[in-house]
Ligand binder design. Structure first.
Ligand code: GLU
Length: 557
């Protein structure tokens, strides 16, 4: 067979050779040890936690080593293209402070285009070169024929696919191929696999060093996989091999669902004469199922927390999410964080060897806990700005409440003061998690949202509650310091037959109606609408005298 002739027949318009492309995309000039990583999402418009998890690995590896992190859009499957998807990807990752150095819709540092759909000529050149070497061939099998082969293989319990004797068109003559093409038959281009048998008939194994999983030993590929579809568009297998080589990727971080096709990729690298990158197959994100209590994969349908949009709309701070992801990415991160409580995350020596290769458990409660710590370290003014930014997109109705404009209803710095409440001292409050939760926590500060949410304690009668509020209002002096203020509450309590100290009440329950805590709960309910809140005196100082008096009077009949 004259392979050169075949190659020209299949690719008459391709005159560039692999050598031309090698020259067009030279090795990158980077410091020794610098890693080049990429994110290769399909433009489906859905970006999920798994993407973020992988992207953080890519980003850390590249930027920790002085390398490059780029965005390549894997859009060869045009059915999945969603308008605006690239923007969704970059803006979502930007939000989490993960930035690309180059790529689609970003700077081209000489390795673009970064859309696979624009790289057709490149893939064709490499496919042509494989055909010229007899390493790829056109295959005219129809879908029906392939389905039939599959049935036979399944019945005989054999590996399914086109390989060995099932690869009917491997050895078509040039004349047969010409005749098929002239007859308008559609064809794909397949790799001519070297098979996976050793000379003695035993199965041939490949050994690949995965940076996360160590040495992987797997049977070599034997499938004549499709490299170009009937449309001339490459498959993922072929496109990623060509691209990762020409874009000079050093580390391919991708989900473990790709492990199975690794032998195909290794054979493609070999046949194309490229050095394979270091593969890093990350573990799947799992969660404990609420109902069964078993570990299972996060699901798009069942788990809203799989979507990155969830974190943005709930108002999670990007730092909290990054910090949490790092705890599930590297087993030694939490220990490092304890030893280095104030060091920026970027200084943590991220390592692939410390990544888990078994399903990683994603736990929203743990994220929430970490978020509490992270938010505590963010100064109140920054946190207030974060709340405003979040509200702008997700809760615009709150913006008028948060504004610091001259003449705004609550005055300047109101939100900041609220957020700063109880954060100092040796037992700072640690209960702020995310925007939506923070707002429901602090909503009583805003008259529009203030409601009485709970009933007075059982041991306080309605008459007593009225009397407590009446006396509170009468004796209220906004300029009282905290202890003067509390002394007054204590006086009201003892006057009305409540113990001045909870422990007195506990000791002699028959002698009192209740204790000072019950009395102050009545006040708390009047001012905040709820029985759980930070320090009442401090809250009143923020609310201001007028608002405090107004709320108490409103409840007095
Ligand atoms: N386009 C593939 C995906 O969306 C990327 C896999 C890879 O990173 O190689 O899953």
């Amino acid at each position: 067979m004259d392979y050169q002739k075949l190659a020209n027949l299949l690719f008459p318009e391709i005159d560039k050779t692999p050598a031309d492309w090698e020259a067009a995309f030279p090795e990158r000039e980077l410091p020794e040890g610098a890693m080049v990583t990429r994110l290769g999402p399909s433009p489906t418009g859905f970006i999920h936690l798994g993407n973020l998890y992988g992207a953080l690995v890519d980003e850390r590896l590249a930027h920790q080593s002085g390398g490059t992190f780029y965005l390549r859009i894997e859009d060869t499957d045009d059915k999945r293209y969603v308008e605006g998807a690239v923007d969704i990807i970059t803006s979502s990752l930007d939000f989490f402070d993960i930035h690309f150095d180059e790529g689609a819709e970003l700077e081209d540092r000489g390795y673009g285009p970064y859309y696979q759909s624009l790289r057709g000529e490149i893939y064709q050149s490499f496919a042509k070169s494989l055909v010229e070497q007899g390493l790829a061939y056109p295959c005219f099998l129809t879908e029906e024929e392939i389905a039939k082969i599959r049935e036979e293989q399944e019945a005989a319990k054999e590996t399914t696919g086109i390989y060995g004797s099932y690869a009917r068109d491997r050895d078509l003559s040039l004349e047969e191929i010409e005749a098929n093409i002239a007859a308008g038959k559609s064809y794909v281009v397949r790799l001519r696999s070297g098979g996976n048998k050793e000379a003695d008939g035993s199965v041939k194994y490949i050994h690949v060093e995965d940076a996360i999983r160590g040495t992987l030993s797997m049977p070599a590929n034997e499938l004549d996989v499709i490299i170009l579809k009937a449309t001339g568009i490459p498959t993922y297998h072929f496109a990623h091999v060509v691209d990762d080589h020409l874009m000079r990727t050093t580390h391919v971080v991708r989900g473990e669902e790709w492990l199975m096709s690794l032998p195909i990729h290794i054979e493609l690298f070999e046949k194309l004469g490229f050095e394979p990158p270091t593969y890093c197959h990350t573990a799947v994100l799992m969660k404990l199922d609420d109902e069964t209590g078993n570990k299972r994969k996060l699901s798009k349908r069942k788990d809203p927390e799989l979507s990155l949009d969830y974190y943005r709309s709930e108002g999670y701070h990007p730092l909290a999410v990054r910090e949490y992801l790092m705890t599930i990415l590297n087993s030694n991160f939490e220990e490092w964080r304890m030893e280095n409580p104030d060091t920026p995350l970027e200084e943590f020596p991220f390592s692939m060897a410390k990544m888990s290769s078994a399903g990683v458990l994603f736990d929203l409660n743990k994220l929430n806990d970490i978020s509490k710590d992270v938010l505590l370290k963010i100064p109140a003014d920054e946190l207030a700005q974060f709340m405003k930014d979040w509200a702008k997109t997700y809760r615009p109705e709150l913006l008028p409440l948060f504004t610091d404009d001259e003449g705004s209803r609550y005055g300047t710095g109101y939100l900041e003061k609220i957020l700063d409440l109880g954060r100092s001292g040796n037992k700072p409050r640690k209960d702020l998690v995310c925007g939506s939760q923070i707002f429901s926590f602090i909503s009583y500060f805003y008259d529009e949202y203030f409601r009485i949410e709970e009933a007075v304690p059982e041991n306080v009668t309605d008459e007593d509650a009225q009397e407590i509020l009446r006396r509170y209002l009468e004796t209220y002096d906004h300029s009282d310091d905290q202890s003067a203020w509390f002394d007054k509450i204590r006086a009201i309590a003892t006057d009305l037959g409540y113990a001045a100290k909870p422990k007195d009440f506990k000791k002699h329950p028959d002698e009192y109606k209740g204790h000072v805590g019950h009395v102050s709960t009545v006040i708390r309910l009047a001012v905040m609408g709820r029985s759980q809140s930070p320090d009442v005196w401090e809250i009143q100082q923020i609310l201001g005298e007028e608002r405090t008096r107004e709320r108490v009077s409103l409840l007095i009949m």
